[in-house]
Design a protein. Sequence first.
Length: 443
Amino acid sequence: MTKLLFRTNRAIAIQVLSRYKSNAAPLTLTTVRIRDKDHITDEYTNVTPKILSYLGRNLHLQKGNPLSIVRQRIVEYFYRRFTHRGKPTFSVYDNLLPVVSTKQNFDDLLIPNDHPSRLKSDCYYINRDTLLRAHMTAHQTELLRSGLDNFLMIGDVYRRDEIDSTHFPIFHQVDAVRSQRKEELFCDKPDLEIFEPEFDSSNPNALKNSIMDPMKQSCHTLEATKLMESQLKNHLIGLCKALFGENIKHRWVEAYFPFTHPSWELEIYYENKWLEVLGCGIVRNEILANIGPNNSIAYAFGLGLERLAMAMYKIPDIRLMWSTDSGFLNQFQIENINANITYKPVSVYPQCTNDISFWLPETLTVDTFTNNDFYDLVRDVGGDIIEQVKLKDKFIHPKTKKHSLCYSIVYRHLERTLTQAEVNKIHKQIENAVVKNYNVVIR
Ligand code: DAH
């Protein structure tokens, strides 16, 4: 499953000189149509027809898909835990269109302009201002602005990434916000406050909020932060127990996200290793203050459904989530969402590995060639039978100084055996596409 991309300042990948456009998305393409709306393309456009074909599949809403079962269990947990006068306090948004603005996905969440998560090599841009959401947190501000204070956002997110059994460019997240005003947070201690006395949000000259102190944001009191932190951690440990059983071992790891402070990640000990399951924290006050009266404090978290479902049901390959094979789906047709299920492989079909190696043109080096562009191209031509693409070798010829790369492409169909001849044909098509797009010479 994809790592939490927004947490660190990863080294900025070097932009490549040549721009990847697949055969399927020719350079002449000027608009992209999504749900009856035309979007003008520009030099940022890198979304491919293949990726767009996944929009609307909504695996998290398909009965009998493991992601949908995990979604229901999470929603049920929050409904059970937070019911006020018989009504759930959390509203659930699970059908929001994945097309968002860069403002929603980044700016509103205080993600700096030069943050690596904005790079073209990491996101699917429709154009300079519009992209397929890279996280469900992209909807946080619009929902807060609409007046909501407790809500879950569930849906498909899109990130360009490597290819292997745990990574797929589309996956599903649950993101949440829970906000409280002073009367609710300190209902039995009316003399406590959310904000420090010297912080006055209505006065632009007042103390600015800072995150220098690792314990809290400068605007918040320690009492308010600690109480929110303990609620947040209790609620999330409760969720892990509801999903993995009472005895699940866990640990909190300090983290950084631009939109929360302090921030943490929760890891669970599962099958002899620590597995990172979510990111969370206290929402930066600037985000809440930009929206409204600035009289509340909120916590937020985000988790990936694939990672949970793969662990809970022992599903070995992320691509299986997309399977329409009845041998897979029938195993998850259950009446009781809490039933114990262990996935039994329908049958394991053999892998087939072919290498591809090529000389780069003079404009590219082994270090400036963007792997994610290459992965997208391979997946575009090869489709879902691409199980993995691994960089095998980088080579610089000692005399000619020419640069060369070698990748292994692992092919496997999830539902039948592939013949070598069939694989060779697709491999050849990939070679042709790579030659055409990057001007390389196959070795
Ligand atoms: N959006 C983050 C990611 O996808 C995960 C996350 C972290 C969501 C902290 C949150 C949060 O709401 O508070 O990497």
